[in-house]
Design a protein around this ligand. Sequence first.
Ligand code: ADP
Ligand code: MG
Length: 249
Amino acid sequence: MGILEVKGVGKRFGGLQALGDVNLSVEENSVHAIIGPNGAGKSTLLNCLVGKLIPDTGSVMFEGQSVLGRKPHEINQMGISRVFQTPEIFGDLSVLENVLIPCFAKRDGSFRMHAFESVSREGEMVDKAMAMLEDVNMADKKDMNSASMSRGDKRRLEMAMCLVQEPKLLLLDEPTAGMARADTNNTIDLLKEINEKRAITMAIIEHDMHVVFSLAERITVLAQGTPLVEDTPENIKGHPKVREAYLGE
Ligand code: ADP
Ligand code: MG
């Protein structure tokens, strides 16, 4: 059994069946990519895993426990963290302050601005946040205003904000979208390192096949809300159905 087990998940938006009957099993410590054309339902699926959407049918089990009916912050506490397509950072805060927010949220169950205002600049939380910034090579940028950073740095900051919560499963929705090649390659290295050193399982939605084939051990191809195939990268590359549905051949 995988760390994440999705069975028969369906989701309808009015007249549109965004997800039909999705089954997905993500092995612990693996990197599992979900690919498919625009509108295939990839983001909808991710939203169903983090409690942002409630599926109409099916089940989602994480470490043997159902996530359905739980609020996003409860699912987050279970050990599922999500990285958005556009980095979600607080632009008017410094790099360090951004990483402190999830530290407090993790400890207190929620984040309150006044707790943050009164925090001493020393102490355990700051140490933890700084150690995380060291890991993503951003310690020297701790006092920088985060709004003015490059896309790659924003992504690394967001990753630090996720990792500091010590998730077991990291969900990534197009983490390299809009990045230059160098930033994309840095992100690949960072994700590899996170997966290997921290033993964090990853489910990644990605358009860039270079990223997919550099990272994934298993690939699920989603088309029109239903998985077409699930296989190893080697087999996916040559799969006629995939070439037809995804690569447009
Ligand atoms: P992908 O991430 O694979 O590009 P999405 O999951 O974003 O696809 O979307 C799947 C389908 O569901 C698309 O046709 C999209 O327009 C539709 N959709 C997504 N979210 C909503 C929503 N909140 N309300 C209505 N339709 C939606
Ligand atoms: Mg999407």
